[in-house]
Design a protein around this ligand. Sequence first.
Ligand code: MLT
Length: 384
Amino acid sequence: MFNILTLNKIAKVGTGRLGDNYTCGDDVQNPDAVLVRSAAMHDMEFADNLLAIARAGAGTNNIPKEKCTEQGIVVFNTPGANANAVKELVIAGMLLASRKIKEGIDWEKTLKGNGDAVGKMVEKGKSQFVGPEIQGKTLGVIGLGAIGILVANSAVALGMNVVGFDPFMSVPNALRLDPAVKLMKSNEDVMTNCDYLTIHVPLTPETKDLVDADMIAKMRDGVRILNFSRDGLVNSTALLDAVKSGKVAKYVTDFATDDILGEENIICMPHLGASTPESEDNCAVMACDQIKEYLENGNIINSVNYPAISLARTNEGDTRFCVMHKNVPELLKKILSEIKGNVENMLSKSRGDYAYTIFDVAGADAADADKISAVDGVIRVRVI
Ligand code: MLT
């Protein structure tokens, strides 16, 4: 039996896939795994038996990844599962940044009570709400991952010129990118050559304040900036100054901060990118499938702290040892020397300072796990 603790509401279409061997809920004790959306986990203590945390979403900045890595807890996310939902909101944001839709709606509400005169008042006043079309303009996309690619391709379909940059673009992502998207050499190349800018990177020490006063000064006059990724990517003080001076024509974000709320030419909305039933379902299914595969077979798919690894079961009856360990010379040799049966198959992958190895052993003694655990540099051993 496995215990799964849910820290947020996780769609049933996902948890329903776990099967009869699982107890899943928000009051589950001693969890083997945790399912989470946005709940903050940084101040939580993790018991020794916690094996995995799966975020039903892309960003994992609510999870203390370093602490998890040291404790041998695999952190999963669900890249791409909410990409379409976020893309649709970004496109809406781009139109809000261009046409004065929100301003017009807000103004019309002020006409309430004018009876039959409303129609004429609207016609007379609407000229205040002229805004440019996006067709033929240039969109800059920072980050060409699951979301950035969909945004870039949709913008091409809407008749925009699109420039983008991503130093970490994977081959599958590159193949999905519309060939009309022009790849630039740096973030700065993108940010200084566009009329609309959208950012799709995680918040890290390297990306914090990606859009700051210096960078804004180099951008085109009247640039419109969208941030539907993370708070902190855009320096709000610099942004506010730039909006007030007219350098930035409009800022649209789903990360409100007190200083920008209610300011003219800034549109803030709740963080709604993934708030669609479709995306909640997709994220839950992916998170639950990944947890199940890890708990039952030790295979790791879409982890943000341990390497991706998948080894099909070798022979029925073999014992599978899953070992998390430091990525240091000679360690595998020492682990192997503690396994007494015949190693039928093994796979080892590393990620930075850490590594993970699966051994399928015939004629093993499960008690060897204790001896493996005692090897210096071994973090966790599971026998499944
Ligand atoms: C994500 O990280 O998946 C998105 O920002 C949406 C969310 O936080 O739920």
